[in-house]
Design a protein around this ligand. Structure first.
Ligand SMILES: [Zn+2]
Length: 369
């Protein structure tokens, strides 16, 4: 059996030194560890170093991998629906709050919201005016020949907000001239393009005049003056092939009074809103000129309107459908039609009353509660 060489017996001190030296070099595992290890193992250093570099990674990445992509995406989203115009997305609250100009010659008693369903024939055009001088136009009818005289007769040269419910001609036709000639604070639509020349002309004017633009989506809120809010209930993120189903649905609130503006919304839209716990609203702008495919019983049960307006003119579609008028009657809704009474005016007053009148019957009738 091999043995470790025996040291010389004549020198005990040398033996001790030799044992110490030998064990430091060959018997390290038999010695106690040093109390303080000041030299960390090499593998710890190698593991720690990449982690530290990862923390500083953004500085090491080329700039083109970061913000430029995000900026490009935002610009695409800001473009007009047809992708041909370069519009500026503006936060609606900020913009409307920032606009201080007051339309001249607008006579509205303080503390009021006046909602006029304008007589523009077969189409929609709804004018909102607040007591603090804010003016909004929702749709413009088929022709400027109808809507422009209404605005002119009220001395309106500036509109804080213009909103197109959807791009059908009976809603945006009149807006082309409005946007081309009047001062507009903000233009809003559903962001769904149309192939018509009317739509191209409208968006072309929005772009050319550099009118701030916003795409309406569920949850958006516009402040029209200090006391009136416009909440977008529809559309959401999903877009449909049927233009009517993409109609912007607005809930206009002034104090305890509410106006529901539905564009040409369909029964499927109404059902979706009902499923989303649609709150009651006293005044209903009946959807799609009173077409059969809207204003269902379940919708009326949820909204519980007391007053309703049908914006309609001579047409070949059978608008308004007798079944819809019957449904409204069954739900005890006082319904007025623009083709019968002309422009319909609703006024929410500071005392909480809600009044209505029309071109053919200017005498106001008011609900006090
Ligand atoms: Zn329509």
């Amino acid at each position: 059996m091999p043995r470790r060489p025996r040291p010389m017996a004549t020198c005990r001190f040398c033996l001790v030194l030799l044992w110490v030296f030998t064990c430091f070099s060959a018997c390290d595992e038999d010695l106690p560890k040093p109390a303080v290890d000041v030299t960390p193992p090499q593998d710890v250093i190698e593991t720690a170093t990449p982690d530290a570099l990862d923390l500083d990674a953004p500085e090491a990445l080329p700039p083109e991998d970061l913000s430029p992509d995000a900026t490009e995406t935002a610009e695409i989203e800001d473009q007009a629906p047809d992708g041909t115009v370069d519009l500026v997305e503006v936060a609606p609250d900020l913009l409307l709050d920032a606009v201080e100009e007051i339309a001249p010659d607008v006579i509205v008693i303080e503390g009021e919201l006046r909602v006029e369903v304008l007589d523009v024939g077969q189409g929609d055009a709804i004018l909102l005016r607040t007591s603090d001088g804010k003016v909004a136009l929702v749709d413009g009818g088929r022709s400027a020949d109808r809507v422009m005289p209404h605005l002119s007769s009220r001395g309106i040269t500036h509109l804080h907000l213009v909103l197109a419910s959807h791009a059908d001609a009976d809603h945006i036709g009149g807006l082309v001239e409005v946007v081309r000639t009047l001062s507009i604070g903000l233009f809003v639509d559903n962001g769904v393009p149309h192939t018509t020349q009317t739509y191209e002309n409208l968006m072309g004017s929005v772009e050319q005049r550099q009118i701030p633009y916003h795409t309406a989506r569920t949850g958006d809120r516009f402040n029209l003056g200090a006391h009136v809010t416009l909440d977008v209930l529809w559309p959401g993120d999903r877009i449909y092939s049927d233009q009517n189903a993409n109609s912007v649905v607005l809930r206009v609130t002034h104090g305890r009074r509410c106006f529901l503006l539905t564009g040409d919304a369909t029964t499927s839209v109404e059902n979706a809103l009902v499923d989303a716990n649609l709150s009651p609203c006293e005044v209903l702008k009946v959807a799609h000129h009173g077409a059969e495919g809207a204003t269902s019983h379940s919708f009326l049960e949820s909204v519980r309107p007391r007053l309703a307006a049908v914006s309609v003119g001579t047409n070949s579609y059978g608008h308004p459908a007798s079944t819809v008028l019957n449904r409204l009657a069954v739900h005890n809704v006082l319904t007025l039609r623009t083709d019968q009474v002309g422009t319909i005016t609703y006024t929410s007053k500071a005392d909480g009353s809600l009044c209505h009148a029309s071109s053919s019957n200017p005498q106001e009738r008011c609900l006090l509660n």
